[in-house]
Design a protein around this ligand. Structure first.
Ligand SMILES: NCc1[nH]cc(CCC(=O)O)c1CC(=O)O
Length: 313
């Protein structure tokens, strides 16, 4: 039996400009699919937005999702929009919630932002690159050891403002994030995924609902993209099996190619970038979650556990 779509959907998300732009995308896609449905936005400020110090001191990654999940579970809102990248994968989703859809994936690549338009290879010795991401720091240390990473947190708009104020000489930011806040004009170079392997879930938005909300789940599941679903599933299972923490330099990119084949390329680094473990496998007849498991096991066999557990968090 087809249930009728709810009359009102209250959408909760972080209150950063990027997060609110994400919500507008969801509202536009919902309006196209269900013209009769009204939507309301419930913005919340998360611990990760308030705390600009080291994330490991505020329970790591859940810092960007905890308050959003709470609003969903308490019934203040019906639908949460998350960057998959910010949703912890080492533990299950909060009990009572499910992903109802993964929206079509955006650009997965990172961009260099340099005020004078230099590329990564053109940056002079000692250039201060603003990033707090252990994944970006480790990869830059390996390939561009003459650059100096300086801790840089806050939402993308605030990071651009801090760059303009001279707190760093260059920045690394996700292309998809800059697209969402309408600031691709600041990009001086888009880095290939070989130069900078993306994080798990890069460029993917997930819609999360209460598990029992069947009518809503049915109404929003049509916004999901099957190919993105396969990629997100492989990447999240990979991270789940590795049990990485917020200070683990882990990167991974699953991709469905033109023939429909799913592959996953992933790496684990030491924080100084001196050791890099690599694995790259095709799914063949494996389902996406099993591919994620297989790639994680390949890295564990190479010593990933020792690297991850050896990093303080
Ligand atoms: N850490 C914040 C965050 N969470 C998701 C994105 C980018 C957008 C995405 O990958 O969905 C960003 C900004 C960045 O890393 O530059």
């Amino acid at each position: 039996m087809r249930m009728s779509a709810p009359e009102l959907i209250r959408i909760v998300s972080r209150d950063s400009p990027m997060a609110l732009a994400q919500v507008e995308r969801v509202r536009a896609e919902l309006a196209a699919l269900h013209p009769g449905v009204r939507t309301e936005v419930v913005p919340v400020r998360t611990t990760g937005d308030k705390w600009l110090g080291d994330l490991s001191q505020v329970e790591g990654k859940g810092a960007f999702t905890k308050e959003v999940d709470a609003a969903l579970l308490s019934g203040e809102a019906d639908l949460a929009v998350h960057c998959v990248k910010d949703v912890p994968a080492d533990r299950p989703l909060p009990a009572g919630t499910v992903f109802a859809a993964f929206l079509k994936r955006d650009d997965v690549r990172d961009a260099l932002v340099h005020p004078d338009g230099l590329t990564l290879d053109e940056l002079p010795d000692g250039t201060r690159v603003g990033t707090s991401s252990v994944r970006r720091v480790a990869q830059l240390a390996a390939t561009h050891p003459h650059l100096r990473c300086v801790p840089f947190r806050g939402n993308a708009n605030r990071r651009l403002a801090k760059l303009a104020a001279g707190e760093a000489d260059a920045l690394l930011l996700a292309v998809s994030g800059l697209e969402r806040i309408g600031r691709t004009d600041v990009i001086s170079e888009v880095l290939s995924t070989e130069t900078m392997t993306p994080p798990i879930g890069a460029g993917i938005l997930a819609l999360q609902c209460r598990e029992g909300d069947r009518a809503l789940i049915e109404a929003v599941s049509a916004l999901g993209d099957p190919r993105t679903h396969r990629e997100a599933t492989a990447e999240r299972m990979f991270l789940h099996v590795l049990q990485g923490h917020c200070n683990s330099p882990i990167a991974g990119h699953a991709q469905v190619d033109r023939s429909g084949e799913l592959s996953l390329r992933a790496c684990v680094f030491t924080p100084d970038g001196k050791v890099r473990l690599n694995a790259h496998e095709w799914a063949g007849r494996l389902d996406p979650a099993t591919l994620g498991t297989s790639v994680a096991v390949a890295l564990l066999r190479q010593g990933a556990r020792e690297i991850i557990d050896g990093i303080a968090h």
